[in-house]
Design a protein around this ligand. Structure first.
Ligand code: PLP
Length: 372
């Protein structure tokens, strides 16, 4: 992050220094947790310690946690397991849910980007769904979904409930003790851990979805040599996230400051999901008439890194499916930027962003006037 203001935490968070330290330490010894010798046993212990820390973050017994390569795998594992049964997913899920369940029916959302509970109940009455999948926090808007109510409706109609909690971890409390979640996916790199490691956490429904075969790891639930160093880093990141949930108050202060100033500089901007419960680190806003790609390049030239929506969809042309589901007009959707902050973001980062925005905005306005 040297010489760069990094405001793209929803794409990936910078690894915490404590994570870098443990990852490089663990990687310096050969460590296959399935080996019987002392190095294998040491790796096994590192993994079990990390499992405990991640279990603490989501308030679940550690035996109900399965390590994998990240949330894309976790979501694929659950959704593909139900590929021959009726499934409902929200229209604003991450592509790793939507594309692994092409057969799923979609639950619409409100213009504020919240799952429409009335529409969900109507759908549940029409068909015997086996699974409902809704994320806890949307990666583009930061909107917090009413997953307790969604799960209660799913269960009332005999369906299991899967929750992609990737963008919620470390930002809001996650408590699986209530038993409303049957499957939950997490990813280490969104909370300052390493990329390429995640978990699938199981409730008590007694079903263990599997995707990979060819090894007895994770009690046969997920074949493949465990990523010992990555898992160790995930454990440390989870511990820090658990202790640092109060950082969200600081980030909320930064976000409110950012949004007030943005609106002051450029009154016509639209801040999406502004009046709905949101995590404190995300601002998704549009400058009607502008092009997000042009704005992003202008920020990049000033060493400011942010995103034009979901990281996974940036680079592809076309409007965000999330904004489309929220019925945002295409010319506004095309002009959308996402600022997402995290553990290392400072007030000075926000000030730099704002001073660059002031410059870019006045250039855009001058151009618009010239074309008028
Ligand atoms: N789910 C959500 C909501 C995400 O934001 C992402 C990543 O952007 C993923 C799943 C995929 O996570 P991973 O990078 O661990 O595969």
């Amino acid at each position: 992050m040297k010489n760069c203001v990094y405001l793209d935490y929803n794409a990936t968070a910078p690894a915490r220094p404590e994570v870098l330290e443990i990852v490089s330490g663990v990687m310096s010894a050969p460590a296959n947790a399935s080996s019987v010798h002392r190095l294998g046993r040491a790796a096994h212990k590192i993994i079990e310690d990390a499992r405990e820390k991640i279990a603490e973050l989501i308030k679940l017994p550690s035996a109900q946690i399965i390590f994998n390569s990240g949330a894309t795998e976790g979501n694929n594992t659950v959704l593909k397991f139900f590929s021959k049964e009726p499934v409902l997913v929200s229209a604003i899920e991450h592509p790793s849910v939507l594309e692994s369940a092409p057969h799923a029916d979609k639950i619409p959302v409100t213009p504020e980007g919240i799952v429409d509970l009335h529409a969900l109940e109507k759908l549940l009455k029409k068909k015997n769904y086996a699974l409902v999948s809704v994320m806890l926090v949307n990666n583009e808007t930061g909107a917090i979904q009413p997953v307790t109510d969604i799960s209660a409706l799913a269960k009332k109609h005999g369906a299991l409930f899967h929750c992609d909690a990737v963008q919620a971890a470390g930002r809001i409390a996650i408590d699986m003790r209530a038993g409303h979640m049957d499957f939950l996916t997490l990813s280490a790199h969104k909370i300052g851990g390493p990329q390429g490691v995640g978990v699938l956490a199981m409730g008590l429904c007694g079903i263990t979805p599997t995707l990979l075969e060819g090894g007895g790891q994770e009690k046969k639930a997920r074949a493949g040599t465990l990523n010992t160093a990555g898992i160790a880093g995930f454990g440390v990141a989870a511990e820090l996230a658990e202790n640092n949930l109060k950082d969200s108050l600081r980030l909320e202060g930064l976000r409110n400051y950012l949004e007030n100033k943005l609106t002051h500089i450029s009154p016509e901007i639209v801040i999406h999901a502004k009046d709905t419960p949101r995590v404190s680190n995300t601002t998704l806003f549009s400058l009607p008439g502008a092009s997000a790609e042009t704005l992003l390049i202008a920020f990049d030239l000033e060493n400011i890194c942010l995103s034009n929506g979901s990281a996974c969809s940036s680079g592809t042309v076309g409007a965000s499916h999330v904004l489309k589901a929220m019925k945002v007009a295409p010319d506004i959707a095309r002009a959308t930027l996402r600022v997402s902050t995290g553990w290392a973001t400072t007030q000075s980062d926000i000030e730099k962003f704002l001073s660059v925005w002031e410059k870019i905005y006045s250039r855009v306005r001058e151009k618009t006037k010239a074309h008028a």
